[in-house]
Design a protein around this ligand. Structure first.
Ligand code: PLP
Length: 470
């Protein structure tokens, strides 16, 4: 079928146009808002040519495990072993570099016109926006862990999130999401509401019943973030899936705070597992990237199509850094989570700390849910509310010495930030949203690194000693 489609395209001489110009990009809109498609001539052309775009491969690249690595398949090894050892299945030479090279070639030389055709059919490299071996190697490794239909890497976490929104929502659809969540996600959704008339409802409690109350007949997507940013509450992914799947609603999970080592939403039935790879996956605070894994091949194709058309793919240089980060993800996450549990216990018992949210603590409101859906630990994000309000929070934020006062998270170095002024303050959320989301002036969001934990505890101890509650 694919071949037939391509041959048809060839007979219409589209290939020359494709190679010589970027005009083809505009021919490939999927699921654009209906009104827009009907009212403009140029997008009527998009609709007509929707079925003959040449921009995408039909299936993700294969890893050597997908192809039977000396008789071994992905099911014969643990997901962690697969993540660490899987190689992109390159062909064409007798030997394979153990480290995937950075393919920064824009274009690929062909011998014959028919080579182009076979690239379109089997996904061989033709132009780097459309397919790049370094990115594909990284995607193979991510999917070796997530076990979906396929993964895609993006220029940032927000490029990944917005591609799902743009690829799967249209005018009149309704989305349910959480507040608080990463403010960039809320902003992207508000953009969808303002420009595409997508309807939005946010819930401020993570209980499944709250999501149920928010559903409407036109709900198309429930977007979850768990553990959520910045208060580290946990949503029951499986319960939400059981609730909404019979109604045909899509479920996407921003799993950034957990990392794919501790939480794999696709296995729980989610449609999309998304990460900001700028965090744990990259692991060294030296890159911006994102990824989405889809549960079905059809969803993967829609997203791949979006990416090829809108051009928000990851650069091969950063893909190479992401791949390097992935190789040590299991090792790092074990150390991150062990450290975080010990620091959380220390903070939980400290007289100058009002409350602590860490999914691994029995006192966490959704500890039982976290135990059910997170594996091998609870990752390393802690919310601690310091007594004394903004003065208490500021004293600790500015008083730590090993922890760095900075936004972002998930790196080897320990970081903390003050959401009320830094990530969830009034520059990013409205006063009402900040209030409803429970972001308070004494709150600190802590990303526990992989230093020795006794030093991290001592650092907090000396900073908390400076808090004056008199
Ligand atoms: C939970 C979460 N999702 C998405 C993002 C966006 O990721 P990026 O900064 O890579 O675009 C972030 C960034 O902090 C985040 O914390």
């Amino acid at each position: 079928m694919v071949r037939k489609r391509i041959q048809r395209c060839f007979s219409r001489s589209l290939l020359c146009g494709l190679i010589q110009s970027n005009l083809w990009l505009y021919r490939s809109g999927t699921d654009l808002p209906r009104e827009y498609c009907l009212n403009t001539r140029s997008t009527m052309a998009s609709q007509e040519s929707e079925n003959r775009h040449l921009s995408i491969r039909e299936t993700p690249a294969k890893s050597d495990y997908d192809q039977g690595l000396r008789g071994l398949t992905l099911d014969d090894v643990t997901p962690n072993s697969a993540l660490v050892s899987c190689q992109h299945a390159f062909t064409g030479t007798r030997t394979t570099p153990i480290v995937t090279p950075i393919y920064h070639s824009v274009t690929y030389i062909m011998d014959k016109l028919e080579d182009a055709m076979s690239c379109f059919v089997d996904g061989g490299a033709i132009y780097s926006r459309i397919s790049n071996p370094t990115c594909e190697a990284t995607e193979c490794a991510i999917n070796a862990l997530e076990r979906g239909a396929g993964s895609l890497t993006f220029a940032s976490g927000m490029a990944a999130v917005s591609s799902v929104f743009l690829g799967f929502l249209k005018t009149g659809d309704h989305v349910v999401y959480q507040m608080p969540c990463y403010p960039g996600t809320a902003t992207a959704l508000k953009h969808m509401a303002a420009h595409y008339q997508v309807e939005l409802t946010y819930v401020t409690e993570v209980a499944t019943e709250e999501f149920e109350k928010a559903l409407r007949p036109n709900t198309k997507l429930v977007w979850l973030e768990t553990p959520c940013n910045p208060n580290v509450l946990v949503v029951d992914i499986k319960a939400i899936i059981d609730l909404v799947k019979p109604r045909g609603i899509l479920v996407g999970v921003d799993s950034t705070f957990a990392s794919p080592y501790h939480q794999q939403p696709i296995k729980l039935g989610a449609d999309f597992a998304m990460h900001s790879c700028s965090k744990y996956i990259g692991g060294h605070l030296d890159l911006i990237a994102g990824c989405v894994t889809t549960s079905t091949m059809e969803q993967w194709r829609v997203l791949k199509h979006m990416q090829s058309s809108f051009g928000n793919m990851l650069s091969p240089h950063d893909a190479s850094l992401v791949l390097r980060g992935l190789r040590t993800l299991p090792l790092r996450m074990k150390k991150h989570s062990e450290n975080a549990l010990q620091l959380a216990r220390f903070l939980d018992e400290h007289p100058k700390v009002e409350r602590v949210h860490y999914p691994g603590l029995e006192s966490h409101p959704q500890h039982e849910v976290a135990k059910k859906q997170m594996m091998g630990g609870f990752s390393a994000m802690i919310m601690a509310e310091i007594k004394g309000g903004s003065k208490g929070g500021a004293t600790v934020a500015e008083g730590v010495r090993i922890f760095k006062l900075a936004v972002s998270l998930g790196g080897a170095q320990s970081i903390l930030e003050h959401p009320y002024t830094m990530t969830h303050g009034r520059y990013l959320l409205s006063d009402a949203e900040t209030k409803l989301s429970g972001v308070t002036p004494g709150m600190l969001r802590i990303s526990v690194g992989i230093e020795d934990v006794e030093d991290l505890i001592a650092d907090f101890k000396q900073a908390l000693d400076k808090v004056d509650l008199s």
